[in-house]
Design a protein around this ligand. Structure first.
Ligand SMILES: [Ca+2]
Length: 289
């Protein structure tokens, strides 16, 4: 017993010593320096970028990447939206935002029930807009173009042991190219709307606001429903108008049959369950189911 205890004690002392030694050699936390330089080359303001990337809350967050290796959509996720209580909330929303919804319906030919259905499924009518700072999400994904960041990602993903390094790299390179374009759109949007880019939170993919728009869509389909000259998707009237413009832009018009409506809704989120759920909510809200 005494021998074993002594052995353990020695092991602990060695472990403590090694811990200190390893700790002293740990590299600094990964930075976004390469990403910043790339953005500067693409015309973004150096000082503004420094202000953003030196902010204490801006950091690499690989959970927005590892989630893709776990997430599986299931049908049951969507059924909750047709429960009585949820539909009652949607009806209350229709009444509360009647003026904005009807203005959008008139302007874009997109009915208030389908807009409400989207807001319900995307964010529970604005109640859940995501917890991840969009700047961290898009910067992390965009920086996966760097080999060192992909190694960090693979170290985490490989704990579950299913993907090869090649598979993770292929996914990461594609995602990084997409995220870099979204990051540029995000910075352009926050600049033109005079919003602090560090304060905006969104989904694990970087979708933001009550309507969960990706930044590139805000630049094209963001609409100013409130009339203050700015697009703010955390304002109901702007989110409502933006959904209207987006659906109209993807072919929605009054009188489409269910199949054609479904096709437009797939452009919002490419999931048949999603599109069908929206159509069912819409039908219930219109009293035609
Ligand atoms: Ca506005």
């Amino acid at each position: 017993m005494l021998v074993r205890l002594t052995g353990m004690l020695i092991a602990l002392v060695i472990a403590a010593f090694l811990g200190t030694a390893v700790g002293a050699e740990q590299p600094p936390p990964p930075s976004f320096e390469n990403l910043q330089n790339r953005l500067i080359k693409d015309g973004f303001d150096k000082q503004q970028l420094e202000k953003i990337y030196n902010h204490k809350d801006v950091e690499l967050d690989l959970s927005v990447a590892t989630v893709y290796f776990r997430h599986r959509e299931s049908k049951s996720n969507y059924d909750q939206f047709l429960e009585d209580k949820t539909i009652a909330n949607a009806r209350a929303y229709l009444a509360e935002h009647k003026t904005d919804l009807e203005a959008t319906e008139k302007a874009y030919g997109v009915d208030k029930e389908v807009i409400t259905a989207i807001l319900l499924v995307e964010t529970r009518l604005g109640g859940y807009v995501g917890v991840k700072p969009v700047i961290n999400t898009l910067s992390t994904l965009a920086s996966l173009s760097e080999e060192s960041k992909r190694s960090l990602l693979f170290n985490q993903v490989s704990k579950n042991g299913k993907q090869s390094r090649e598979q993770v790299d292929a996914w990461a390179e594609k995602k990084a190219a997409w995220a870099y374009e979204e990051l540029k759109a995000f910075l352009s949007h926050t600049d033109s709307s005079e919003t602090d880019p560090v304060g905006i939170k969104g989904s694990f993919a970087g979708a933001m606001g009550y309507a969960q728009f990706m930044p590139s869509n805000i630049l094209v389909y963001g609409a100013d429903g409130s009339g203050d000259g700015k697009v703010d998707l955390f304002v109901h009237s702007d989110a409502i108008a933006s959904i209207g413009l987006y659906l109209k832009g993807h072919g929605w018009k009054p009188g489409l049959d269910a199949e054609k409506m479904g096709k437009v809704l797939l452009r919002y989120n490419n999931s048949t369950y999603y599109a069908n759920t929206l159509l069912r909510i819409r039908a219930v809200l219109r009293g035609s189911s």
